[in-house]
Design a protein around this ligand. Sequence first.
Ligand SMILES: *Cc1c(COP(=O)(O)O)cnc(C)c1O
Length: 377
Amino acid sequence: MNPISFVDLKAQAEILGKDIRQAMERVMSHGRFIMGPEVYELEQKLSDFTGAKHVVSCSSGTDALLMALMAIDIGPGDAVFTSPFTFVATAEVISLLGATPVFVDIRKDTFNIDPVRLAQTVEHIDKNHAGKGLTPKCIIPVDIFGLPAEYDVILEIADRFGLVVVEDAAQSLGGRIDDRMAGNLAHMGATSFFPAKPLGCYGDGGAVFTNDDHLQEKLASIRVHGKGQHKYDNVRTGINGRMDTLQAAVLIQKLKIFTDEIDKRREVAQKYKEHLDGKVLCQKVPESYESAWAQFSFLCQNRNRVISRLEKNHIPYGIYYPKPLHLQKAFSGLDYRTGDFPVAEMVSDAILSIPMHPYLSEEQVDFVIHTIVGGLT
Ligand SMILES: *Cc1c(COP(=O)(O)O)cnc(C)c1O
């Protein structure tokens, strides 16, 4: 049996390596490294893939979130609601714009933001906003580990309070709810092409999705220093948020096999689930939801024992995330404390992610299952 990797980029390179090299060479010969034709081709292909009318590619998933918030003029005094159980970038961009992240606890079965608590928290801030100086503006649900959050309910809450919903789809491209694709589940969606994400490039990259013409225009302007008619006509404050043409060329090639890769991830997940659920608590995928399976994660009581068995058998694992954001030093100014979000805290203490990629052999999957089950008894 070959050594098991956590995310396997080598197996994919064997399938696509030649096509990717040729695609990169084409960019090197036309020489349009910034906003070259591949960038627009990729945007069109991602639009076809997600069903989103507009795709604005950009420099990273973090910049995608930042640009989305800038496009709706988020700033000081604004409350942006999000999950404390996510990668730091989700809340970082809120603080960066001078707005206030307001965390809402997660569900213990899906690990995604809890819509019931979300409604309560938004209502609370809305009622008290005169006193606290905070105005509810936006919700950033995170599709954690590739599983979409509950957008039907979340969009209803947003409607009621006049909020914009930005989907953090950094992990969920390829996932869906019924026939609605992740990235296109809210007013805007932000995704990442960091190499270890389900659709990764060979560096940093990201994209914003929207069906709104006005937002698309604004996003495209923000991406290039707030340009107006041209680069030297500056109508707003923007950033340098462009995606490299080389990365777009890589992604165009990878997109060709992406649906097939997602199917393969699903097969691995099904097998894991079949043998592990009940013994550990696997992330629940609600009816009519499909995860992109960026990670396969579960809760287990005796995590350390399972980890030591994985280590002994040279099986890589991950803990995403060992500390929820409300307890991170970076957000200490928000005055949260231990006990504020008990579910996120419990999940952080018990979560474990095991190898997940499309190129795991049956033998490897069996070996991982066998190793974990042995550590539980
Ligand atoms: C990876 C990730 C990001 C940031 O993406 P980058 O491309 O690394 O900037 C944002 N949110 C979540 C949930 C992520 O997993």
